[in-house]
Design a protein around this ligand. Structure first.
Ligand code: ATP
Length: 271
């Protein structure tokens, strides 16, 4: 089976705290892989290390047969790993459309280059890219116009509510709509691997159901997806394969359809 991404023996520490202690995972092309585990198990750290936001002290991240362990975030984004962070990190004072537009930018080199953005929005974009840890002095370059229009119409078809509310300031969206916007913004960057950190966090059951259905649809479109979730049972229903992390190590892995039947696992690690 072709792997879009794998990690080999990843170790990450924050000062004295060893957040990852030798993590190996494989993500097959076109599949949904879930990372489950209790609070503090290292799930977010694993995602951030794959995206290049955190650097590992040992081990490798291999993406499409390239070693990207030390690659800068902007290059990783440009090559198709798009991360929807925990808490969504929507630019709340920008409109829905402006948020989507920001998703179509990639950052490069040192100087700045903008197209089609007014100066106030430019300043905000830079400020927010920095907040998202997308490096100092980002150069912001809009994707090719054609890809932009294609991605935009795909996002609007996937989430019609974002089209209806495209001029609305993002802060006025509901939690579910903000999550849709966060996913939509990542889709504007033409992902090959979509990384989702707790997409169901704080949402009502019906909205969670619809977000999970969307994730399945994205898989059907050919995307590979890595998802971290507290919501273990629902995630196992849509995932192909899952890893359970505990204190920085994989303590269990297997096909989602097998893990879902393992009641002792659910009780022991996922409660
Ligand atoms: P949660 O579900 O609560 O988000 P998690 O499984 O995603 O947890 P991480 O956020 O990766 O876990 O945290 C793993 C460990 O690393 C925890 O002990 C956490 O306190 C620590 N940690 C995470 N980020 C930092 C940081 N920036 N500085 C110091 N310690 C950190």
């Amino acid at each position: 089976m072709n792997m879009i991404l794998k990690t080999e023996d990843l170790h990450v520490s924050y000062g004295g705290i060893r957040a990852l202690r030798g993590v190996n995972i494989n993500i097959p092309q076109g599949e949904i892989v879930a990372i489950l585990g209790a609070n503090g198990a290292g799930k977010t750290t694993l995602l951030r290390t794959i995206s290049g936001l955190v650097k590992s002290e040992q081990g490798k991240v291999i993406y499409l047969d390239n070693n990207i362990t030390k690659a800068p975030v902007e290059k990783i984004v440009k090559n198709g790993i798009l991360h929807v962070p925990e808490g969504r990190q929507i630019f709340e004072d920008l409109s829905v459309f402006e948020n989507l537009k920001i998703g179509a930018f990639s950052t490069e080199k040192k100087e700045m280059k903008f197209q089609n953005l007014d100066s106030d929005v430019q300043k905000l974009v830079i400020q927010r890219l920095k907040q998202l840890s997308i490096k100092d002095n980002p150069t912001v370059i809009l994707n090719k116009q054609e890809a932009f229009m294609q991605n935009l119409s795909f996002v609007y078809r996937l989430f019609p509510v974002l089209k209806e509310r495209k001029s609305q300031i993002a802060t006025t969206l509901s939690g579910g709509e903000m999550q849709m916007l966060a996913i939509g913004r990542a889709l504007m960057g033409s992902p090959k691997l979509l990384i989702l950190d707790e997409p169901s966090l704080g949402l009502a059951p019906l909205i969670i159901k619809s977000i999970f259905e969307t994730i399945t649809m994205l898989k059907e479109q050919g995307l590979s997806i890595l998802i971290v979730e507290q919501n273990a049972l629902q995630t196992l229903k849509i995932a192909d394969y899952a890893y359970v992390l505990q204190i920085g190590k994989v303590v269990k892995e297997g096909k989602a359809k097998d893990l879902i039947k393992d009641h002792s696992l659910i009780e022991a690690y996922l409660g």
